[in-house]
Design a protein around this ligand. Sequence first.
Ligand code: ZN
Length: 114
Amino acid sequence: MHELPLTEQIITIASEKASEHQAQKVLRIALVVGELSGFVGESIQMYFDVISKGTLCEGAILEIETIEAKWYCPSCDCHYVREPLSFACPHCAKDGLPTDLGKEFYVKHIEIDT
Ligand SMILES: [Zn+2]
């Protein structure tokens, strides 16, 4: 549900960028969505298709790059993707620490028709 205001914001940002450059259309929007960001790429896409209608973003391609959540093992100094029911490092089997990798959410790139 909370993807709706977010999607509106993305459309506003992209449309403003297009207007600034006197572009008629937004062609492509690239988003980076971390697994732990709380946002679901499919929902953003679904809202985007509906609410972009009649805006400069209508018909634009939404590219969503998903970032896997990573854990950190201080013993091995490595990052890893944990197994669903475990926090253990795959190299030394000690429990690792959560990191900010996978919490990202940002607009990476906006391509407009100039
Ligand atoms: Zn380790």
